[in-house]
Design a protein around this ligand. Sequence first.
Ligand code: AMP
Length: 436
Amino acid sequence: MSGADRKERQGEQHRRIRRVKGTRDLLPPETAVWAAVEATARTVFGRYGYGEVRTPMLEETELFVRGVGEGTDIVGKEMYTFQDKGGRSLTLRPESTAAVARAYLENSLQQLPSPVKLYYVGPQFRYERPQRGRYRQFSQIGAELLGDAGPVSDAELILMLLEFLEALAFQGLTVLLNTVGGSESRAAYREELLRFLEPHRARLTEESRRRLASNPLRILDTKNPQERELLDGAPRLTDSLSAEDREHFRAVRSILDRFGVEYRVDDRLVRGLDYYTRTVFEITASGLGAQDAIVGGGRYDGLISALGGPDTPGIGFAIGEDRLIDVLPEEFRQRVPTGVTALVAAVGEVAPDEALALAGELRAAGVSALAELARRSVANSLKRGDKLGARAVLLLGADELERGEVTVKDLASGEQVRLGRADAVARLTAETEVER
Ligand code: AMP
């Protein structure tokens, strides 16, 4: 190895390793917000009888090819697919519905009382161009209701979703609703759309020309103005719906009306995945662009059979957790406790482990407390308490220690009082409870 090579290699060894493009580190205090959002999902979904499912992040590639669809962007260009050492083609899951459907079949969940209600929280992987709000590893919170085809299921799922978003203090959400029909209506419409678009092939973008062959319905949600104009004259999916599809959609809307849900029927909403049937929906929050829904969902009555299982209807949604948190109302954020409540400092000659003992008493009472581990001046501890966002700094001098007391400095009001130890603990416990 030449001197220059060796130098380069040494340089390489000391290169700072950075996170992979399109991924991010979530850190405190922001992770407390994520945890609170997830806890809210668990509480609300749990009330509707949903149980958590945790599927592997790795699946056989074929699962997504069949379960998401070959014509989709996800399968066509966004999957993290690789061969493992055993020569199997594996994929980091790009979405979870197909994985949940696989787990449902593999664990014979159809034997449980129907419908089976499952939710999940976890990372998904898509090789997309990273941009604000789009990552290569992102997180989704989703729910799937399997084994019931009726419109009440569609409505209940949407009501649960709205209840969750309202628990996060969202207001003024818009539910966009559409039906893409059952598989027969969809196939009939596909033919009609192709008949309409073929003569205009030259006016389509390259992307749309590709979709003509793979997934023509997706052309409907193009953002290209020239294509939009062309599509204004296209046949409507609504006109191809069977009587049963129409009735299903009418029933879903009428239940949503009964519960006062505000929705808008948008007949251009088709959603990206191949397996959707009948009801599809999205929810957008103001502040995000029109294409930036925080939730997408729909019915997928053909998915389980496409995976080799018995005919089993299903409906579900996936919330983009990254985006959800991006637009999370301040009101909810304020409610999330972050940081510590109390900083305990030993003053003067008092040993720091006395601070540790008092911090222990506070923790035992449910208060988050930090002890100063090294000797510091009182002024310094007060400054640190402020930076840590503590409500109070507790000072233990020799005199306090001897009398079983402590000086409590409230950092918000600046008020300082001397209390018995038990009273000080009780006071901070009460404040913690108010925060909760
Ligand atoms: P989809 O699974 O494509 O229906 O997406 C459901 C939701 O997941 C979207 O509405 C987004 O909020 C979110 N999402 C999808 N892809 C990404 C990504 N690359 N980065 C962040 N969020 C995403």
